[in-house]
Design a protein around this ligand. Structure first.
Ligand SMILES: [Zn+2]
Length: 298
């Protein structure tokens, strides 16, 4: 008679909770490394706080954009319900033409990003990397182009890595969504490039067939979703961020609540251990923020 193999032999050898195992997680602070607060800091930070987020980094594409010290200082005076760290634009007006006053701005921000727009001018990228400030790179074309040519994400990241290889500096790739991008970053890290990157919950949860929603970069295919999970599991992807983006459209899937629910789901699924989840949502973003000379209160 065969003895029935024990079920646990077939499970991943990680500490995995069951649905309903409410006391499985120990509390840890949550940092969202990529969101948009537009022009309403109080309203959106309250939303973040309610969702369970303790600190957040927000992008420069408010109206007008955060591309000078005066505006950044003004924003920092606004009432916020969690700790906030602004990111400055890389170029004036997010237009991709002229660098902002990096030296003046850098003590007040976590880093620089033209998020929302791909900065095509590699000479400007070189110039800002040489200033050794953190560059948070949006390597996606416009939404409509990305839908037709999703491979451009990988191509753009590749271009940036080539510049970075020569200049050094501090580079963080935002919202990785494609299998080929995960592979490229994995190889780059193996080759010793000191970069970090993030993905967002929608990229490890939904394919473009699952959900009709406008997020940039657009949702990928099954193989992309799987590759993003693998990238999270093996440490290629350092951070999970929400890319919460209210107005001019609705937040849709990129909202603060889905951010945490879907991220914690990775542990129930067996993709991440709870220790790994804590790294992606707290320890790694904390390390990135503090490496820029800022202090977290959590
Ligand atoms: Zn972006």
């Amino acid at each position: 008679m065969f003895s029935k193999p024990k079920l646990k032999n077939f499970l991943k050898k990680i500490d995995r909770p069951k649905w309903g195992d409410f006391f499985y997680f120990e509390k840890f602070p949550v940092i969202d490394l990529h969101c948009h607060l537009r022009n309403e800091i109080s309203k959106h930070t309250l939303e973040a706080k309610r969702a369970g987020i303790d600190a957040l980094v927000f992008m420069a594409n408010s109206k007008p954009p955060l591309d000078n010290l005066e505006r950044i200082k003004k924003v920092l005076k606004k009432k916020a319900f969690c700790q906030i760290f602004p990111v400055s634009a890389i170029t004036k007006g997010l237009k991709g033409k002229e660098l902002v006053d990096v030296e003046k701005i850098k003590p007040y921000v976590v880093g620089f990003s033209d998020d929302g727009y791909y900065l095509e001018n590699l000479d400007l990228l070189k110039q800002i990397l040489e200033k050794n400030v953190l560059v948070l790179a949006h390597c996606s074309p416009k939404y409509e182009i990305g839908l037709k040519k999703p491979y451009l994400e990988t191509k753009y990241v590749e271009r940036y890595l080539k510049v970075f290889e020569k200049t050094g500096g501090k580079l963080h790739i935002q919202h990785v969504s494609q299998k080929t991008t995960v592979e490229l970053i994995r190889d780059a890290k193996k080759d010793g490039l000191k970069i970090t990157c993030e993905t967002c919950p929608h990229y490890f949860t939904f394919t473009k067939e699952d959900l009709e929603t406008k997020v940039n970069p657009p949702l990928g295919t099954k193989k992309d979703v799987l590759a993003v999970k693998e990238g999270l599991a093996d440490g290629t992807i350092d951070v999970i961020a929400s890319d919460y983006a209210p107005l001019p459209r609705k937040t849709g899937i990129s909202n603060f609540f889905a951010f945490l629910w879907l991220s914690f789901g990775l542990v129930f699924e067996g993709v991440l251990t709870k220790e790994q989840l804590k790294e992606k949502l707290y320890l790694n973003p904390k390390r990135i923020i503090e490496a820029q000379g800022h202090k977290l209160k959590i």
